[in-house]
Design a protein around this ligand. Structure first.
Ligand SMILES: C[S@@+](CC[C@H](N)C(=O)[O-])C[C@H]1O[C@@H](n2cnc3c(N)ncnc32)[C@H](O)[C@@H]1O
Length: 217
């Protein structure tokens, strides 16, 4: 099974199940035009985030790692009137692109972007949050998880992206800070009595990777 097949199947899922959304498509186009890396979640993954947020009736969401706001828009679209999403981005020009994308998608009134190092921003945030999506620099994943967990309501979900990374996370001898960060995260989550947690491997247009989902007990 090749990446070509995974990509074609993601297109099939998008065509049959995900549907089209002008705001989301424009966000991807303008992110690319602004030179942002093509590392947003896939459309199918974005819709999964949307469904998860809907399923738990999320009213307050925190996102670590905004990029052009693609996953932000998917999550914000699941919020009810009065709901709020806070997204954290370190890079000011990137946050500017995201702001424009989010506003054009019609969810600007629900989304706050905090610019700066996410850990410091997180430490200043007040919970409780219903859902946290962690998708920034992987070397700090454990710290992000800990800070999110301290601000979650019982029954809330913490979702962490990119926890497989082509299987490289298996390499205990890796000196790559991102791999080390994901491995520390697995150890932390696996020993954390406050959550019920698993991880799922995924293939698709973004290659071979995976996500972890922790439900706060
Ligand atoms: C994978 S991208 C986020 C993708 C986005 N969640 C999506 O799917 O549309 C990671 C983002 O995290 C940001 N980032 C990296 N290190 C960060 C840090 N220490 N604090 C806050 N943001 C950071 C990067 O600038 C980048 O925009």
């Amino acid at each position: 099974m090749s990446r070509e097949t995974w990509t074609a199947f993601d297109a099939y899922i998008e065509d049959r199940l995900v549907g089209r959304d002008a705001g989301l498509e424009a966000a991807l186009a303008d992110s690319a035009a602004a030179g942002l890396a093509p590392i947003a979640v896939s459309p199918a993954y974005g819709k999964l985030l949307h469904i998860l947020a809907l399923s738990i009736g999320a009213k307050r969401i925190v996102e670590v790692g905004t990029l052009g706001g693609y996953s932000t828009i998917w999550l914000a679209r699941a919020l009810p009137a009065g709901g709020k999403l806070t997204t954290l981005e370190i890079d000011p020009p990137t946050a500017k692109v995201a702001r424009a994308n989010i506003d054009r998608a019609g969810v600007g009134g629900k989304v706050e972007i905090i610019v700066g190092p996410a850990l410091q921003s997180l430490q200043k945030l007040e919970g409780p949050f219903d859902l946290a999506f962690i998708d920034a620099n992987k070397n700090q994943n454990p710290e992000y998880f800990t800070e999110c967990l301290a601000r979650m309501r019982s029954g809330g979900l913490i979702i962490v992206d990119n926890v497989v990374r082509d299987g490289r996370v298996l390499n205990a001898a890796s000196e790559d800070p991102d791999i080390k960060g994901v491995r520390r995260l697995f150890d932390l989550m696996g020993h954390e009595p406050q959550v019920t947690v698993t991880a799922i491997q995924t293939v698709g247009v973004k290659g071979y990777d995976g996500l972890a989902i922790a439900r706060v007990n």
